[in-house]
Design a protein around this ligand. Structure first.
Ligand code: 13P
Length: 251
């Protein structure tokens, strides 16, 4: 059975106050799901000091494709690992759209993350135009093949997050049925890129307007193994409720 995973992506939001209230709401609580928060880089160390009192993990919203050197503004996988990070998002649609990230770069980042013991979470998803044109599967196919082919999973694991761009920050989450259909397609593609056994163990998260009201139905879908939460994760009580839903389903 795949262990559910819930990840908060704070994007360029939050500060010390949110760190304190978020971590405080998780202290002393037990979860059967894996839970992580991806704060802005600057706050990771602050968050880390509280982690011994909770089961929360820290993730990063990005990772450099480079190991070290003259790459101004970058943060390497090794640095993230040393700082206590467990996982990193790669190829979020906002990075693809606003910071020119491409599939080739994502593949290098996935490899780099695995090599340094971070769990890469490759984000894929179509935009509204692509959806209306009926090209969702082609878009996902390209993102996954170019983002993952040749990646060696014998030394590490991988997650894929399906985040339809039309659902991000719009309040219009994919229906549980749409999520299930696409996740099933993603898993079938993963089986072709790797093999069936590997595809069966890779966790596929859904992201896009997730909240405490729709989390349950989304998580009940056979191929939805977790959630990637943006806006709702900025409210600690709300995020906690989503994490509890994920944990209840595995209990
Ligand atoms: P929202 O939950 O705010 O739609 O954001 C989703 C997202 O982009 C998470 O990475």
């Amino acid at each position: 059975m795949r262990k559910p995973i819930v990840i908060a992506n704070w994007k360029l939001n939050g500060g010390l106050d949110l760190i304190c209230t978020s971590v405080a709401s998780f202290i002393g609580k037990h979860f059967s799901a894996q839970i992580a928060i991806c704060p802005p880089y600057l706050y990771m160390r602050d968050m880390m000091t509280f982690l011994q009192y909770s089961e929360l993990q820290i993730g990063s919203q990005n990772v450099s494709r480079y190991e070290s050197g003259a790459y101004t503004g970058e943060t390497s996988a090794q640095m993230l690992k040393q700082a206590g990070c467990s996982l990193c998002l790669i190829g979020h649609s906002e990075r693809r759209a606003m910071f020119a990230e491409n599939n080739e770069g994502c593949r290098i980042k996935v490899r780099t993350a695995i090599n340094h013991g971070l769990l890469p979470v490759l984000c894929v998803g179509e935009n509204q135009e692509e959806r209306e044109a009926g090209t969702t599967q082609q878009v996902l196919h390209k993102q996954m093949y170019e983002g993952l082919s040749g990646v060696d999973l014998s030394i590490g694991d991988l997650c894929v997050a399906y985040e339809p761009v039309w659902a991000i920050g719009t309040g219009l989450a994919a229906t549980p049925q749409i999520a299930q259909d696409i996740h099933q397609y993603i898993r079938s593609e993963l089986a072709k890129i790797f093999d069936q056994k590997t595809a069966d163990r890779i966790r596929i998260l859904y992201g896009g307007s997730v909240n405490k009201n729709n989390a349950n139905e989304l998580l009940k879908q056979k191929d939805v193994d977790g959630l990637l939460v943006g806006g709702a994760s900025l409210d600690p009580g709300h995020f906690l409720a989503i994490c509890e839903r994920a944990s209840e389903l595995t209990a």
